[in-house]
Design a protein around this ligand. Structure first.
Ligand code: GLA
Length: 591
């Protein structure tokens, strides 16, 4: 008998009426030394439960290797901390999680098979899922309510009705969980659309909804779909996420509070999506592809009640007040904003150009035609492709199949142009100055699509490359995942900045001192686009296209005394300085 059970009127926890008042808090988007703080602030807002997805792609980077369960991925520790705070947990292990996360959590080694039918009963897919669950569930089982732990319910798949209708696949997942001894309540979640609910539900498994507005209509659809069960909104969207080049989304706190009041007044249970969004550190963001490819920014602030930097915002206060009308809220003060680092300038006085030193970061694989990143065995990051062009002249470079996702082209080391998947670019006019000129193409994976039919589409160069009517053969393909545990810089020959032009892709390195670590925001005026690391910790992507203008630097990344900042600037900079400020800037809001 699971700890959490359902009646037509609502949930029972260990036989007592229980309304789930939950908030999403993804451990993999928060520095592990901040988990306890964020969980405490969840309880203090009046939440009795937190929800988290589980990102398969990071936990199982290698299909044959063991599961990664440490540091940012120490899910058992996160569950222990939640339990210690008195919080219950809704676990959403996927295998697909969407979540604006790279590939929706599906590993690149899995989607590398072009024939596999993702999220279906295709045995190539379910066999891989079974192997994953065989590794994931044993360390998690002690944290389920049946063993005295905080996990009270487990989600099967994610908004499956928006994608497919293979009920046998959903059944396979539910059976696999049961076969592993998961006794807890199982549930599905789908957008509050009758067709989605039908396609994404599984008989005998609680159906829940995902919606952020039109509360009465959504609850009525849920009720029409399922007459005898508690009403639950598994994703009450209190804010939204941003794409590069788009506006910064916010949702008015009073509007979100009014809709939460409607939900709770109707007797429904809820999971705020998000309670605390956190950050897409390193190369972990996803992308959408509706009409065009649109990658998600580094911040996952989401305009959530608890900001990306862990301070209660206006929405925290507004939603806490609403919750207090319907459920007990701890009689303890709302935490004050955390200390911020005093503004600190960092001079980046050493450089190492990327292209000449690519071999130090990733040994090349020789191939007749360029290999995709998947074929090179990498999940994310960059790949550098090098060949020579046998003839000279003005002409068109043609990239069959386009690029995944953004390619910078260099002829004899000089920048010659950029192709973007967002614009569906496949050609670039270039001048080849001499027969035998070196052509280099630096391709950036901007994040795997996490929703809809484009999930798993390949990255890197996607087909043969030709110059006019000559197909260019014989490529050195360098995988550059740049995901080492201490950052990528160790092996690079840095020289004083003045000795390297600022207009080529290069690593820039600087040192700075900190008295007492505290949260900060990295501002990069004059810089174009790249990645940032502090003391080897990957802060993520910056881009002057915006909207996001600062990167969050969690306090635990900093050390008292000497610290190191590393940037990989893909284009160029007009400045040799950056600033650690005390003020975040996520960009202009849509008016
Ligand atoms: C859906 C998905 C979530 C997330 C939200 C939007 O509801 O289930 O994973 O992508 O949309 O933030």
């Amino acid at each position: 008998m699971p700890a959490l059970t359902t009646t037509s009127g609502g949930f029972l926890l260990n036989g007592e009426p229980f309304r789930i008042v939950s908030g999403a808090l993804h451990y993999f988007r928060v520095h592990p030394e901040q988990w306890a703080d964020r969980l405490r602030k969840a309880r203090l807002m009046g939440l009795n439960t937190v929800e988290t997805y589980v990102p398969w792609n990071l936990h199982q980077p290698d299909p044959e290797g063991p599961l990664v369960l440490d540091g940012l991925l120490d899910l058992p520790r996160y569950l222990r901390l939640a339990g210690r705070e008195g919080l219950r947990v809704l676990l959403r292990p996927g295998p697909f999680i969407c979540a604006e996360w790279d590939g929706g959590g599906l590993p690149a080694w899995l989607t590398a098979d072009p024939d596999i039918r993702l999220r279906s009963s295709d045995p190539r897919f379910t066999d891989a899922v079974d192997r994953y669950l065989d590794l994931l569930l044993p360390p998690l089982l002690p944290h389920f309510a049946g063993s005295g732990g905080p996990v009270i319910a487990v989600q099967v798949e994610n908004e499956y009705g928006a994608y497919g209708d293979d009920t046998a696949y959903l059944r396979h997942l539910a059976d696999a969980l049961r076969a592993w001894g998961v006794e807890e309540l199982l549930f599905t979640c789908d957008q509050a659309d009758p067709a989605h609910l039908v396609a994404g539900s599984l008989p005998g498994v609680l159906a829940t909804g995902t919606f952020g507005s039109r509360i009465e209509q959504s609850l009525a659809r849920l009720r029409a779909h399922q007459s005898e069960a508690p009403l639950m909104c598994t994703e009450f969207w209190v804010g939204w996420f941003d794409h590069w080049g788009g506006p910064h989304h916010v949702r008015d706190a009073a509007d979100a509070a009014a809709d939460l009041d409607r939900l709770l007044s109707a007797g429904a249970s809820v999971n705020l999506y998000m309670f605390h969004g956190g950050t897409n550190f390193g190369f972990t963001n996803g992308a959408n592809h509706h009409h065009a490819y649109a990658p998600t920014v580094t911040s996952y602030d989401y305009d959530a009640p608890l900001t990306e930097w862990g301070d209660p915002g206006p929405k925290y206060h507004a939603l806490r007040e609403v919750i207090a009308r319907h459920a007990p809220v701890p009689d303890e003060p709302v935490p004050s904003p955390g200390r911020k680092l005093p503004p600190t300038e960092v001079v980046l006085d050493r450089r190492a150009p990327l292209l000449p030193h690519a071999s130090a970061l990733g040994a090349p694989v020789r191939a007749e035609d360029p290999l995709t990143m998947q074929a090179l065995g990498q999940r994310a990051g960059f790949a550098l492709y090098r060949t020579s062009v046998p003839r000279s002249g003005d002409g068109l470079l043609r990239f069959a199949g386009g690029v995944g996702d953004r390619a910078q082209v260099f002829v004899d080391g000089a920048p010659a142009g950029v192709l973007e998947r967002e614009r569906r670019d496949e050609t670039l006019p270039v001048r080849i100055p001499r027969p035998g000129a070196t052509l280099e193409v630096l391709v950036e994976n901007m994040g795997g699509v996490n929703y809809g039919p484009h999930i798993g589409t390949p990255k890197g160069l996607l087909g043969p490359v030709s110059f006019e009517d000559t197909v260019l053969r014989g490529w050195d393909c360098h995988p550059l995942p740049l995901d080492g545990p201490d950052g990528p810089a160790g092996t690079l020959p840095f020289v004083p900045s003045g000795q390297v032009t600022s207009a080529v892709p290069a690593f820039h390195h600087g040192r700075f001192r900190v008295e007492e670590p505290a949260d900060a925001f990295l501002a990069l005026p004059g810089w174009t686009k790249g990645q940032a690391w502090i003391n080897g910790f990957p802060l993520g992507r910056y881009w002057n296209r915006g909207p996001q203008r600062t990167l969050y630097v969690p306090a635990p990344v900093l050390r008292p005394g000497a610290n190191e900042l590393l940037l990989l600037e893909s284009h160029g900079t007009t400045s040799a300085r950056v600033l650690l400020t005390d003020t975040p800037d996520l960009g202009p809001v849509r008016s």
